[in-house]
Design a protein around this ligand. Structure first.
Ligand SMILES: O=P(O)(O)OC[C@@H](O)[C@@H](O)c1c[nH]c2ccccc12
Length: 258
């Protein structure tokens, strides 16, 4: 399945590249604002940081919410005290787009994570051109030399990489890259199985000084509390927020966990 997700994301990127070439992206970057300092925005503090996600559907979870106005949702997240916003931009499986990313960029002043299956320099350039400050790099989906190349290029563009892992072995590959922001995804992207205990089993493998993000499977406050007790500096929450009638209030309750 992870291979299908990358194949789809890459074919979408190739189609976009026929419309907007590399030099056009570089011009957009030159004209746009500098990226925000996401590492500072997500740095450890007395309460857990919340990265709130704009996600309409996923292959693991099906249709979650229509989200006709991603800007409004992002503003509700910001009002609730989110530290960053995550936007799914993959179209075929997640029903997202780069237009969603650009719209959210205009609506909030928080750092924005582009959530997609990034495997090329072109996708990193477009992330920056459309206003992302953070990009997701998934260890399970990329061989180490390519992962390192993308990590380094993201840094050259001023992007912060959230390096996503799903095992102790992947955590050590993320550390080897020099990652300063490491995520542990409770959801296996090949089988879609959710393992709520994974974060607490691998968190200790992440050296002090690196910001730790617990990703996925937060259904309620007690899940946030469990991740926090296990050492999460931040939690990344999607489904629970997009399906709630008061996302600002739910973000606020999560962000109050100390
Ligand atoms: O909806 P959830 O269970 O709160 O999960 C959010 C986020 O962690 C999840 O969307 C995610 C984490 N890593 C990914 C990689 C690709 C696509 C999606 C994801």
């Amino acid at each position: 399945m992870l291979g299908d997700l990358y194949a789809s994301a890459l074919s979408e990127a190739r189609a976009r590249e026929e419309q907007i070439g590399i030099s056009a992206l570089e011009a957009m970057i030159a004209e746009g604002a500098a990226p925000l300092d996401a590492l500072t925005a997500l740095s450890p503090t007395e309460t857990v940081r919340v990265i709130a996600e704009v996600k309409r559907s996923s292959p693991a979870q099906g249709d979650l919410a229509q989200i006709p106005d991603p800007q409004l949702l992002a503003q509700q997240y910001e009002a609730g005290g989110a530290s960053a916003i995550s936007v799914l931009t993959e179209q075929q499986y997640f029903n997202g787009s780069l237009q969603d990313l650009a719209a959210v960029r205009k609506a909030v002043s928080l750092p924005i994570l582009r959530k997609d299956f990034i495997a090329t320099e072109y996708q990193l350039l477009e992330s920056r051109a459309f206003g992302a400050d953070i990009v997701l790099l998934i260890v399970a989906g990329l061989e180490q030399p390519l992962l390192q190349r993308l990590y380094d290029f993201a840094g050259e563009l001023g992007l912060t990489a959230l390096v996503e892992t799903h095992s102790a072995e992947e955590v050590s590959r993320a550390v080897d890259l020099g990652a300063e922001l490491i995520g542990v995804n409770a959801r296996n992207l090949t089988t879609f199985e959710v393992d709520r205990g994974l974060f607490e089993r691998v968190a200790d493998q992440i050296p002090a000084g690196i910001t730790r993000v617990a990703e996925s499977a937060v259904a309620s406050l007690s899940d946030v509390e469990r991740y926090r007790e296990a050492g999460a500096d931040a939690v990344l929450v999607g489904a629970a927020l997009v399906q709630d009638s008061d996302p600002a209030q739910l973000v606020a309750s999560f962000a109050a966990v100390s």
